[in-house]
Design a protein around this ligand. Structure first.
Ligand code: FAD
Length: 560
């Protein structure tokens, strides 16, 4: 055994609570004390937006466990409203402030686990402390927002930041009949995705009543004349609103770690190894407060998600109690629902690969876009899923995937997430056997399709081009859709030769010039590419077809 008799845990939500519960399952002998400065442990932070939106109507639904349950079920001494204010590493003690009595006391430890989470970013803007400006991290935060909405009869809200909390809150405020504006500094919402993939949701968000101001920075807040808050933008525009939510992301809470001299990583999180060990042999750290190694790129990264926090808490308990568990790295597998759309991603994005390349790292990649139906097209309510698969052109290893659509989006991303974790290739996706019945999928599932499209490019069967390439190329562009589709809107300078006429009109095409082909989503153009390829033409299929082209166009129109 490890000789650990006393384990203290700082933070009682995702990482801390799972660490405590796992430790008890591994040992009936150690004493476990968990300190939480807030009034609740083990609450559902991920459910908070839905409590604000009244989808979850009772606050008590957010509490997954109480201190009493921890005591009875796990024999863990949970002390809420007790803040750890100091770590004395020389004496292996922590100092705690009992926030109810305002008294300080100390507790010794053999093992200390830090899971203090992260703090919402609040930029030093003028007026940031005005009433009516909120962040969302805790149950009391969500209660304050609910009360403000009712008391002030809120009609309009402005959300600063279009990440997943911003989007989930937009949906939930709209559900309460509030008009929402999202102001986002970047050219896109959902920064985990590449911008052209995020663009697939803009029309939908707008049609649900959300105004989107991309490429806009908030510069300050003023008290509005009729009691509202006047939000000032960099463009000199002002928007008057009844409430503001700051959803600008989070920063790891490293207060205690820094104060006690633990090593802090380059990204600003607590440094830990793959066994969640900090630079002190008696201290472990988990969750949003730590930096983790990216599974795909090996870079250190900060990705604040509940799944990794839970797994890390479990691993820390294992290691403390003598097991050789290791964290495999973080993939950033995430999903966000926005009205009835779903956005999900796993692994590395293209923009991240490009950023890494600027540091001199050589990370080769290729990508494909596709738009398969979520289930068999003949079964009612089939909807397309926009997918992007990023992979190594050298051996087909999958590097990342993104998907946007309605039903079945997260299922596909979860499968690919597992494939990434197994270091699988696009050839494995081609072959994977997945469950099928018409209401759930297709005999060739979107995941198989993604693998096939990617594998076809790697084998040279269907070379691809990307829409970014057309500007710098003198290839001729052929649109193989039907004439009525072509009339409805085509890419500039494209020539229409419908797929059904291609074989008859093949002599119209030049043999000495490159040919780019597109259709609506890339499937008919794939067939056309094969015809021309087998006839000796220099041909490439424009990946994702016009649907992907339109997503890129949307980006351009947003940045104008
Ligand atoms: P937390 O769960 O934040 O717990 C840290 C706790 O430590 C806090 O309660 C804090 O009070 C306490 N603490 C800090 N310092 C001290 C101290 N000195 N003494 C005592 N106690 C202390 N992730 C997803 O994967 N999917 C989602 O859908 C999702 N939705 C989210 C929605 C919202 C609104 C929020 C806020 C987060 C969401 N997350 C989601 C993120 C997820 O909740 C976090 O990644 C996860 O909770 C991190 O766990 P943690 O243990 O590191 O920190």
């Amino acid at each position: 055994m490890t000789g650990i008799k006393r384990m203290l845990i700082v933070g009682g939500v995702a990482g801390g609570a799972s660490c405590g519960a796992r430790a008890r399952r591994l040992s009936e002998d150690i004493e476990i004390i968990l300190f939480e400065r807030g009034p609740y442990v083990s609450f559902a932070n991920c459910g908070l937006p839905y409590y604000v939106g009244d989808v979850i109507q009772e606050e008590k639904e957010l509490f997954l466990a109480t201190p009493e349950l921890f005591q009875k079920r796990f024999n863990i001494d949970v002390r809420v409203e007790n803040e750890v204010v100091l770590i004395d590493r020389d004496k292996s003690e922590v100092e705690i402030k009992d926030l109810k009595t305002n008294t300080l006391y100390r507790e010794p430890y053999d093992a200390l686990v830090l899971s203090p989470g992260a703090n919402p970013i609040t930029p030093p803007l003028s007026g940031i402390d005005f009433p009516g400006i909120f962040t969302l991290r805790t149950v009391p935060d969500s209660r304050r927002i609910r009360e403000w909405i009712v008391k002030n009869r809120v009609n309009t809200a402005l959300i600063v930041g279009g990440g997943f909390i911003g989007l989930e809150m937009a949906e939930n405020l709209v559900k309460r009949g509030i008009s929402v504006t999202i102001v986002e500094m970047l050219q896109q919402v959902m920064p985990a995705l590449d911008p052209e993939m995020a663009a697939h949701i803009y029309d939908h968000i707008k049609s649900c009543g959300v105004s989107l101001c991309l490429n806009q920075q908030v510069t300050g807040f003023k008290q509005g004349t009729k009691g509202g808050i006047s939000v000032e933008l960099e463009s000199n525009k002002t928007i008057v609103t009844d409430m503001v939510l700051l959803a600008l992301g989070v920063r790891p809470d490293i207060t205690l770690a820094k104060q006690t001299g633990l090593e802090i990583g380059a990204r600003g999180g607590i440094y830990v190894d793959d066994q969640m060990h900090t630079s002190d042999e008696k201290i472990w750290a988990v969750g949003d407060a730590v930096e983790s190694q990216d599974f795909v790129t090996s870079e250190m990264s900060l990705i604040p998600l509940a799944g990794p926090a839970n797994r890390q808490g479990r691993i820390a308990a294992d290691v403390i109690l003598g097991r050789d568990s290791r964290f495999r790295g973080i993939q950033g597998t995430a999903v966000c629902g926005i009205f009835d759309m779903t956005v999900a991603s796993t692994g590395v994005s293209e923009k991240n690969i490009k950023r890494i390349k600027t540091t001199g790292e050589n990370l080769n990649y290729e990508k494909v876009y596709l738009h398969p139906n979520n289930h068999a097209g003949y079964y009612p309510k089939a909807e397309a899923i926009a997918m992007k698969l990023i992979f190594s052109p050298d051996d087909g290893t999958i590097l990342g995937a993104q998907a946007v659509g309605k039903e079945g989006v997260e299922k596909r991303i979860d499968i690919i997430s597992m494939a990434i974790q197994m270091r699988s290739t696009v050839f494995d996706l081609e072959d994977v056997e997945l469950c099928y019945s018409p209401q759930f999928g297709s005999a060739k599932d979107p995941v198989n399709f993604a693998g096939m499209v990617a594998a076809n490019t790697l084998r040279g069967d269907a070379p691809i081009a990307h829409w970014e390439d057309i500007r710098d190329s003198n290839a001729i562009i052929i649109d193989v859709r039907d004439p009525d589709e072509f009339e409805d809107g085509a890419v500039q300078d494209a020539i229409n030769i419908p797929l059904s006429e291609l074989r008859q009109r093949i002599d119209e095409l030049p043999r000495d010039q490159e040919i780019f082909i597109y259709c609506a989503i890339g499937q008919r153009s794939y067939y056309a590419t094969r015809i021309l390829h087998l006839n000796g033409f220099k041909v490439r299929n424009l990946s994702g077809g016009k649907k992907t082209y339109m997503a890129f166009e949307q980006l351009l129109s947003n940045s104008e």
